[in-house]
Design a protein. Structure first.
Length: 112
């Protein structure tokens, strides 16, 4: 059964009082769903976007694949990172998961 059938059946069987209580119950379920699921996810997405926009040269990062590196160049949608052995990788900004210094797992890269 879908939600509309449940509401209509409750209204037909219980009269006006039951209809209002069912409607209030559905609104409360939606409010709880919004507060516990939708709102935190929107906030997390917004914070990740701000973090990725603030990336700059010299930041030490960890990608979503677990690669540790140091940013050498920042482009519009990509970054070039240096990993151990002075290898360079070009990755998309959305693949940057976190800052290595914020996780306490800072990596020592060889200096040029």
């Amino acid at each position: 059964m879908n939600l509309l059938n449940i509401v209509l059946m409750a209204g037909a069987q219980g009269g006006q009082q039951s209809s209002y209580s069912s409607l209030i119950f559905l609104v409360l379920i939606f409010v709880v769903f919004y507060l516990f699921f939708i709102r935190p996810q929107v906030k997390k997405t917004k914070d990740q976007k701000k973090f990725r926009e603030a990336l700059k040269k010299g930041d030490k990062i960890i990608t979503i694949g677990g690669i540790h590196g140091k940013i050498l160049e920042v482009g519009e949608t990509t970054v070039i990172i240096e990993v151990e052995g002075q290898n360079r990788l070009k990755i998309e900004k959305y693949a940057v998961a976190s800052s290595a210094s914020s996780t306490g797992q800072e990596q020592q890269l060889p200096q040029k």
